[in-house]
Design a protein around this ligand. Structure first.
Ligand code: FES
Ligand code: FES
Length: 268
């Protein structure tokens, strides 16, 4: 191990070597002068040097753009070193004149009545039913297609309306729990849906609803079943309602309600 004096000697020798090293381009023959040293030798300040460099760069850049003008954004990006743009990408050259997110007027057939309504393209059917048409029988529980509270029939098939774009329902028939109630719109002569009516009555008679929040979704899911299968077994009822949650745990009365509705409609 070298002692402190030996270490100090080594350090001093290194410092002396650094001091002896050439510092500027004035020490010609020891180092080759770089651009900055050449500038300094010509008595030009760093500030003047940088200003001149930037100005020259700007002139070159503008000249290049002018020579290629007009240049598209795609050309500009693809001209960067190392950047490759797939030939299939087409960038818009102008701003669209129509706002794709603006509300549009559409017609929705709900419970046999045609409604004219202005909706945003992103609007979900459950929101349109409740907020635009005032049909608040369709409930919103999770808003994530998990609880089934928002179930409606579209062309006879059960769908969770909370995640069903209203635009997709244009041109199709929508049946909600209000389909069992007459006169939903002023002047409407639409007759109530008999299956939905039977289920609503059975729900009342069999205590199908405890808090009843799940009721509209359960009834509409059961409506699809009874329209396709007038005599469902208990297992078939359970399977049909497996996508609907009842937070009150009222499942036995709900199943009894569906069975009672099936009997009312002529099933056994
Ligand atoms: S609110 Fe639509 S599934 Fe729950
Ligand atoms: S009766 Fe309350 S959630 Fe089903």
């Amino acid at each position: 191990m070298p002692d402190r004096a030996a270490k100090a000697k080594v350090v001093k020798a290194r410092l002396d070597t650094k001091k002896a090293a050439p510092k500027t381009a004035a020490d010609k023959g020891k180092i080759e002068a770089g651009p900055l040293e050449k500038v300094l030798d010509n008595k030009i300040t760093k500030r003047t040097f940088l200003k001149g460099t930037l100005a020259a760069g700007a002139v070159v850049g503008v000249s290049a753009l002018a020579a290629k003008s007009p240049i598209s954004p795609l050309q500009a990006v693809s001209s960067y070193p190392g950047v490759q743009i797939a030939s299939s990408i087409v960038l818009p050259t102008s701003t669209p004149s129509v706002d794709p997110f603006a509300p549009q007027n559409v017609s929705l057939n709900v419970n046999g009545t045609n409604y004219s309504v202005s909706i945003e393209p992103r609007a979900m059917l459950a929101n349109v039913l409740r907020d635009n048409l005032g049909l608040i029988g369709t409930k919103m529980g999770c808003n994530r297609m998990s609880c089934g509270a928002c179930t409606v029939l579209i062309d006879g098939l059960a769908h969770e309306a909370c995640q069903y774009p209203a635009y997709r329902a244009v041109g199709h028939t929508i049946l909600t729990v209000e389909g069992g109630v007459p006169a939903q719109a002023p002047g409407s002569k639409v007759t109530p849906d008999p299956v939905v009516v039977a289920l609503q009555n059975a729900w009342v008679d069999n205590d199908g609803g405890q808090c009843a929040f799940c009721g509209p979704g359960m009834i509409m899911a059961a409506a699809q079943l009874l329209k396709q299968n007038p005599n469902p077994t208990v297992d078939e009822i359970k399977a049909t309602l497996s996508g609907n949650l009842c937070r009150c745990g009222n499942y036995l009365n709900i199943i009894a309600s569906v069975q009672a509705a099936a009997t009312t409609l002529g099933g056994t």
